[in-house]
Design a protein around this ligand. Structure first.
Ligand SMILES: CC(C)(COP(=O)(O)OP(=O)(O)OC[C@H]1O[C@@H](n2cnc3c(N)ncnc32)[C@H](O)[C@@H]1OP(=O)(O)O)[C@@H](O)C(=O)NCCC(=O)NCCS
Length: 263
């Protein structure tokens, strides 16, 4: 899994080439496809071990899409998409949960009960069992429960934006799409008085992206952003160099980690 790279000069999409908007329910299939395409096999093999998987990838995508579908009815959940204006293709996704939502990840198996999905979607017990087939439920639930606990430790009852997931399809990475998807919520968060915190769990490979937009590490994988990073008036070139070096050190440290968790 490769580290992200700064956007190279001349590579950034022009603003008229990308549209940022909210997803519709029909986009859920593309979201599921993107999650399998963009998130590394090392993560998926822990959560959906190859020995448990159905023979066809489309079955996995259909099941994941079905598990995600009720989140579209959650008024706090904002599925934000980046669409290539020329073709209408979705090339990036951010899932931004708005402040005020309980700390209970929508991905969790336990979310079915916590958010009353079964009644809301009129799912039978058999349907629920089928959509979770092929998932190592113990690993899945343990990971997200742990992350929810860490988030509660950091934020308690404080309202915050929560990011999960964020991805850009591989052929479009490194061209500013992730930045636009992050800015969608950052602008809203910074416009409140006081500013609203934003929180996420990062893959080791993505840490530099989050640090670049002002997130600071608050644990092994978790990051918090409270407004733009304060830039002191007296900060000179030396200060800037130190900041770049800090990002580079983080990236190097992340590269040494063999495995990763996070959304
Ligand atoms: C992480 C990911 C979403 C980034 O998307 P992207 O579209 O390639 O990101 P961008 O090109 O917009 O880059 C985002 C910002 O980070 C900066 N950046 C990226 N890597 C950097 C690095 N190593 N050092 C410094 N800045 C870096 C970019 O320059 C850009 O900032 P800018 O707009 O101020 O120039 C994408 O790599 C991805 O989908 N990865 C796989 C899935 C994943 O790991 N998701 C995150 C899980 S937490």
């Amino acid at each position: 899994m490769q580290q992200t790279m700064p956007v190279a000069p001349g590579k950034r999409f022009r603003s008229d080439e990308i549209e940022i908007s909210l997803c519709e329910q029909k986009d859920v299939d593309r979201i599921a496809e993107g999650l399998y395409t963009c998130f590394p096999e090392v993560w998926w093999s822990k959560m959906e071990p190859p020995s448990m998987r159905p023979p066809s990838q489309s079955t996995r995508e259909r099941r994941l899409a079905k598990r995600l579908l009720p989140s579209f009815s959650n008024p706090n959940m904002n599925w934000v998409k980046a669409t290539l204006a020329s073709t209408g293709t979705i090339i990036g996704i951010a899932g931004w949960m708005a402040p005020g939502n309980p700390i209970h990840n929508i991905w969790r198996r336990s979310a079915t009960a916590a958010y009353n999905y079964q009644e809301q979607m009129s799912w039978s017990d058999e349907e629920i069992a089928e959509m979770w087939e092929g998932v190592n439920l113990e690993a899945w639930e343990a990971q997200f429960e742990k992350d929810d606990g860490l988030r509660r430790d950091v934020l308690g009852d404080e309202g915050h934006w929560y990011l999960g997931p964020l991805f850009t399809f591989p052929e479009f990475q490194g061209r500013g799409v992730g930045r636009l998807l992050l800015d969608w919520a950052i602008q809203k968060a910074d416009a409140t008085v006081p500013v609203t915190p934003l929180y996420l769990e990062s893959a080791p490979t993505a840490r530099a992206v989050y640090m670049k937009v002002g997130f600071v590490s608050v644990g092994e994988h978790n990051f918090l952003r409270r407004g733009p990073r304060a830039v002191k008036m007296e900060e000179n070139e030396k200060g800037k160099v130190a900041e770049v070096k800090a990002v580079e050190d983080e990236v190097e440290e992340a590269a040494r980690r063999p495995d990763w968790v996070g959304s």
